[in-house]
Write a protein that binds this ligand. Structure first.
Ligand SMILES: Cc1cc2nc3c(=O)[nH]c(=O)nc-3n(C[C@H](O)[C@H](O)[C@H](O)COP(=O)(O)OP(=O)(O)OC[C@H]3O[C@@H](n4cnc5c(N)ncnc54)[C@H](O)[C@@H]3O)c2cc1C
Length: 657
């Protein structure tokens, strides 16, 4: 039987298939505890285990395929230091990326990645992942390096983004964790961090969790903890029906907010993006000229081609020019860095807002791979779409349904929705379309998260962070390299400190909190709570924002917290895990509202507009706003841009290599 309706029609009662163990406690201890078995988590576990630490890896899903990078990835970026084909330096590219984000970026994460990305990719290959065109399928094509058989993407001259067979990555990482003796606890969701004496702001000494199948309770004791649970989505929008199509993270919310509750510092939580993609999706299942589909030829509904232009708006004559810097430009940054910086902006399709209005072009638009050279066509629909995370199912199902890139065009969604992905020159940040809906979405790429130092340590002793748990952390290589780096530091810290005693009060109070929904028969379930959060955020934290509205939003968040505390229900361990996760989303919403209130200026780079403070990026507000919880109140602070200091000197002093 396929769905609940079938069971209901057949009159079959479906029983929960696992024994229920609510409240039963199990304790496990180790040197390094890694929370979240995604890309960052696997690498953190591997790095710590290589240093001889006893490592426990806790993953709410199945490590072999979990997380945003679980299904795959199509490109691996920042392969700079050590890459013989790349003429650039880690320093210049890191600086370009930070500058392109107007300073609102994480220089520590970017530089670590630029230094370690290439070598990490080779390590992955050593574990069994596929990174080269070993079959010579693309021999002689302009994106192939004939010496190494690596296939490059985006900027064919500077070669720092490699096209990869990312579906092979997660299984390889999983196998390596196993080989190194990491204790992997799948189907266990971390719910809170434990601190010395149970005190807010003290050293982190472990965590608690629940088994999402049995509901059993787990207490983890560790000398050092690495938080790799990524950041929550579903803050402004949530739909259980469309998750497979979403371009954003997996629906399972990240638990980085558990660090908030024990007093860790966060930044950039006010950053968000237009929600177009989430509404229209699936991003890579439709034809567009950015990212996975870069640099597809685009045509309108009547087959009229939209010209590609260089950074000076000069039309490009050949397809190959789309993959080269413009005259006088040293290198370009891929579209996903969303740069509008003249120095680094890549070729793009011409902006056609006006032409659409005067009828020169007609909607909808289509990606026309038939107009591309054969090898570009095959590398987009074949390698890239086939390997790009969730779009591997796009590739499978479209191919099975008969889509043939040699003959067929694929419809795009640009202009059919509010500014969709931020990756294309088509309607680049068009005000008309962008503001059609005031709705927002959290930025997974380069969004808010934990503040870290050059050890990737958070503001709490014993707690390290990597990947999307860290503020402004980007993609797969960033997660891998920061995971590795944080794992090294956690293992080193663990060598110096003893295991600490857990506060039984802290454990008891967490048990009361997590099991409360199972004790009620009637009340609200997680979907209802999630919907309530979404409504508050859409109405009180949309765009533009204002002080009074946000204060009301916080009041309503308080009401929802009360509802969650007194009326939440869960009828089985799975629904319990969803409810706990939705409470994390509630916390995230609260953090976002506090961060938004604290920034009393608008900012282009943060996607942040206040009607009561309309000035865009005034100098005195060009800084990071930080927030943390202190004794139940929110403490607002700040960090200067480039708080990380000189890249090379600090990396060399801290990298532990
Ligand atoms: C559609 C899509 C396509 C992408 N394509 C590319 C690409 O081609 N190239 C590229 O470089 N990057 C790509 N990325 C980005 C890349 O996948 C992410 O940057 C990377 O996966 C982030 O790693 P992470 O470990 O921080 O998070 P994840 O890989 O998402 O891992 C987080 C893990 O934590 C687990 N978790 C969450 N909460 C808890 C909890 N409370 N307890 C226990 N476990 C928990 C989750 O189940 C998950 O396994 C893509 C992302 C998406 C969504």
């Amino acid at each position: 039987m396929d769905n609940w309706a079938d069971y209901a029609t057949a009159g079959v009662a479906v029983k929960w298939p696992y024994p229920i163990r609510y409240g039963e406690e199990e304790e496990i201890s180790g040197d390094v505890l890694v929370l979240g078995g995604g890309i960052a988590g696997c690498w953190a576990a591997i790095a710590a285990a290589r240093k001889g630490a006893k490592v426990i890896l806790v993953e709410r899903s199945a490590t072999i395929s979990s997380g945003a990078g679980g299904p795959g990835c199509d490109h691996w970026s920042l392969a700079i230091t050590g890459n013989p084909a790349c003429p650039l330096t880690a320093e210049e590219v890191s600086k370009a990326i930070v500058d392109s984000a107007g300073g609102y970026h994480n220089g520590i994460v970017t530089y670590i990645t630029a230094r370690e990305s290439y070598e990490t990719l080779l390590e992955l290959e050593g574990m069994g992942a596929k990174i080269r065109d070993t079959e010579n399928a693309f021999k002689g094509s302009p994106f192939r390096d004939e010496n190494t058989r690596l296939l490059y993407a985006y900027d064919y001259e500077n070669k720092f983004t490699v096209r990869v067979w990312g579906t092979t990555f997660k299984p390889a990482l999983y196998k390596e964790c196993k080989r190194l003796g990491v204790t992997i606890l799948d189907r266990v969701m971390a719910t809170s961090l434990l601190t010395e004496g149970g005190n807010e702001g003290s050293r982190v000494i472990g965590a608690t969790g629940i088994n999402v199948r049995t509901g059993g309770f787990m207490v983890f004791k560790a000398k050092a903890t690495v938080l790799c649970t990524a950041r929550p989505t579903r803050v402004w929008h949530s739909t259980t029906e469309e998750t497979a199509l979403f371009n954003s993270s997996p629906p399972s919310a990240g638990g980085a907010t558990m660090a908030w509750r024990v007093g860790a510092e966060f930044t950039m939580m006010e950053k968000s993006m237009q929600a177009g993609t989430l509404i229209v999706g699936p991003c890579h299942g439709s034809g567009h000229p950015g990212n996975t589909w870069f640099a597809a030829t685009m045509v309108d509904a009547k087959g009229k081609e939209i010209p590609w232009v260089d950074r000076d708006n000069n039309p490009l004559k050949t397809v190959e020019e789309r993959y080269r810097p413009s005259p006088g430009q040293k290198f370009t940054l891929p579209h996903h860095y969303r740069t509008n910086e003249y120095d680094f902006v890549p070729p793009t399709t011409m902006t056609i807002d006006k032409q659409l209005e005067n009828g020169e072009y007609t909607l909808p638009l289509f990606a026309d791979l038939t107009a591309m050279p054969r090898e570009e066509r095959r590398v987009i629909f074949g390698l890239m779409v086939g390997q790009e995370s969730k779009s591997r199912s796009t590739y499978k199902y479209y191919s099975e349904a008969g889509f043939d890139p040699d003959k067929d065009m694929l419809q795009g969604f640009q202009f059919l929705a509010p500014y969709a992905h931020g990756i294309t020159g088509v309607g680049k940040r068009s005000p008309t379309y962008a503001s059609a809906l005031g709705s927002r979405s959290i930025r997974t790429f380069y969004g808010g998260g934990l503040v870290v130092d050059w050890d990737l340590k958070t503001s709490l002793d014993g707690l390290y962070a990597a990947g999307w748990s860290v503020f402004a952390s980007g993609a797969h290589p960033e997660a891998a390299c920061t995971g590795k780096y944080a794992g090294r530091h956690a293992a080193e810290f663990a060598r110096r400190v003893p295991l600490a005693d857990v506060s039984q009060n802290q454990v008891r109070s967490e048990k009361r909190r997590v099991y409360a929904p199972t004790r009620r028969k009637n009340g609200i379930d997680w979907k209802e709570l999630n919907h309530g959060i979404n409504k508050v955020m859409q109405v009180y934290c949309g765009e533009p924002k204002g002080e009074e509205l946000m204060k009301l939003g916080l009041k309503l968040i308080d009401d929802l917290k009360w509802e969650a505390k007194t009326r939440s229900t869960a009828t089985d361990p799975h629904k319990l895990s969803r409810m706990i996760e939705t409470m994390e989303i509630l916390t995230t919403a609260e953090m976002i509202l506090h961060a938004c209130r604290a920034r009393k200026a608008s900012s282009y780079h943060l996607g942040f507009k206040r009607w009561d403070y309309p000035a865009m990026d005034p100098e005195e507000w060009c800084k990071f706003i930080t927030i943390k919880r202190v004794k139940g109140s929110v403490k607002v602070g700040e960090l200067p841009f480039e708080y990380w200091g000189p890249f090379e000197k600090n990396y060399e002093a801290h990298c532990l290599l």
